[in-house]
Design a protein around this ligand. Structure first.
Ligand code: SF4
Length: 355
């Protein structure tokens, strides 16, 4: 009887476009992956992968997985395909591209993909070079990442967020438009740890998500009203003298204009728009400012609003920094645009819901 060799364990990192960036391990025996799991010694992964990646091996070895080029032989949507050789598939595609390029120029070809998997090889290597060398149209291939990144840079100067593990020190945690349990699950135990140390967890979300269910307080605002809520919270902090003016004078631009605008957003005036009582708005504003150490986790929902407000800065930030008056004017205009957009969205939402 021959003893089979034990599996070899390969270490890797999840390449998905996900904030958790898990460290996984896979046991491989004779070229076959037998088990995929999170690294138990990794402080953030803690031995757990998400539902999406836990089933990776099932997909890799599933009999229905497409392993060969398939050519459509029927009408679109009919679902009729035949298997063809790689050479035939490549020749077919190449001849079609050449035809398009000859008839309309190579820019008539627009490559599109996003960042589902962010490995250096999968996401941004050979295809970019191929399409670049052909002279195809160029596209910033993402839907929301560039907006989020520009928003972060415009507000805090770089794309770096807080160290998630530092959240355990927070006393007031606001999860703003993020369903953390489902989409950022490795962050959730840290939030829970902070909660067990006495932190209060507040979720701002129009939807009663699992995270909202598990929070200490769910602020179920109306859709598209969170910019108004943010301005009302600023209103309270400015009105009650809770602003760190030393920090603002050293690091912020456009504060006076923002403060002027925020003064128009008293909690009682935005209460109906936001769907919260004035007392609730007062309470969350005070909670954020008086807890001492807080954490605002806002993901891309709020960042989108921020970048809507500050969009003009992206192009000429250096220019504007030298011209405070211009900054003030643009800030005011930016906020107007954001308000109009929010109002239009709310009208649309109300129309759709028949409210
Ligand atoms: S949570 Fe899932 S998708 Fe995100 S890094 Fe971990 S395994 Fe990958």
């Amino acid at each position: 009887m021959t003893m089979s060799a034990g599996p070899q364990t390969i270490r890797g990192a999840c390449g998905h476009d996900c904030p958790d960036t898990c460290h996984w391990m896979v046991d491989v025996r004779e070229g076959v992956a037998e088990r995929l799991y999170g690294d138990p010694s990794h402080p953030f992964t803690r031995g757990t992968l998400c539902a999406k990646v836990n089933h990776y091996l099932e997909r890799v070895y599933h009999p229905d997985r497409v392993l060969h080029p398939m050519k459509r032989v029927g009408a679109k949507g009919e679902g009729r395909f035949v298997r063809v050789a790689w050479d035939e598939a490549l020749a077919d595609i190449a001849s079609r591209w050449l035809e398009v390029a000859e008839q309309s120029g190579p820019e008539a070809i627009l490559p599109y993909s996003s960042a589902g998997v962010q490995g250096l090889i999968q996401q941004a290597s050979i295809d970019m070079r191929l399409f670049g060398s052909m002279g195809c149209s160029d596209l910033d291939r993402n839907i929301c990442g560039a907006v989020a990144s520009a928003g972060l840079k415009a507000t805090i100067g770089c794309g770096t967020g807080i160290n998630p593990e530092d959240t355990v020190h927070s006393r007031y945690i606001v999860l703003w438009g993020t369903n953390t349990i489902v989409t950022n699950l490795h962050y959730w135990p840290i939030v829970r740890e902070a909660q067990s140390r006495g932190a209060r967890i507040v979720v701002v979300d129009p939807i009663r998500t699992r995270t909202a269910e598990a929070a200490d307080w769910h602020l179920q605002i109306k859709p598209a009203s969170d910019a108004a809520l943010a301005l009302a919270m600023m209103h309270v902090m400015i009105r009650d003298g809770l602003v760190d003016h030393d920090y603002v004078s050293r690091h912020a631009i456009g504060y006076d204009s923002l403060a002027e605008r925020a003064r128009q957003y008293a909690p009682r005036d935005v209460s109906r728009t936001v769907g919260l009582t004035p007392e609730e708005i007062e309470q969350v504003s005070m909670g954020c400012r008086t807890a001492g150490i807080g954490c605002l986790e806002c993901k891309k929902v709020m960042i989108k609003h921020v970048i809507d407000d500050l969009a003009p800065f992206r192009e000429k930030r250096a220019h504007y920094e030298k011209k405070p008056a211009e900054v003030e004017r643009i800030l005011a205009e930016g906020i107007d645009v954001a308000q109009q957009a929010a109002a239009a969205t709310m009208t649309e939402v109300r129309g759709t819901l028949g409210l």
